[in-house]
Design a protein around this ligand. Structure first.
Ligand SMILES: [Zn+2]
Length: 120
């Protein structure tokens, strides 16, 4: 399989190769998700956007879904057919929790910094 995205559609892209280091702590990232994320502007209109979030083994830990993903990487560094369903489900759960807004402030700041430098 040459496509680096395990799961790829309009809603969610998961990148597991060539993942950059965490901008907040410098630890190599486990994976990167890119997903649609809309928010309300000051007059209450929905503003559609795309967000990218890195799964960091240090910074993402306080999110329970992310912690399960990190645990999966810890026990099995290679994705297999047996665990790819579990993996996909955990990623979806993690992204849903990110969409709900329980995003670590430090990571948000890091993402903002990345965005300012044109990386997003
Ligand atoms: Zn980190």
């Amino acid at each position: 399989m040459t496509d680096p995205a395990l799961l790829s559609d309009d809603e969610l892209v998961i990148k597991v190769v060539d993942v950059s280091d965490c901008l907040a702590c410098g630890t190599p990232g486990l994976l990167l998700v890119r997903y649609k994320h809309s928010w309300k502007n000051h007059i209450g209109d929905d503003v559609p956007g795309i967000r990218e979030t890195l799964l960091c083994p240090q910074c993402s830990r306080q999110n329970s879904a992310a912690a399960e993903l990190i645990a999966l990487f810890a026990v099995d560094e290679k994705m297999s057919l047996e665990n790819v369903d579990t993996f996909g489900g955990l990623v979806v759960a993690w992204v849903e929790s990110l969409r709900l807004g329980s995003v670590d402030e430090e990571l948000l700041a890091a993402e903002h910094d990345q965005w300012q430098r044109g990386a997003l």
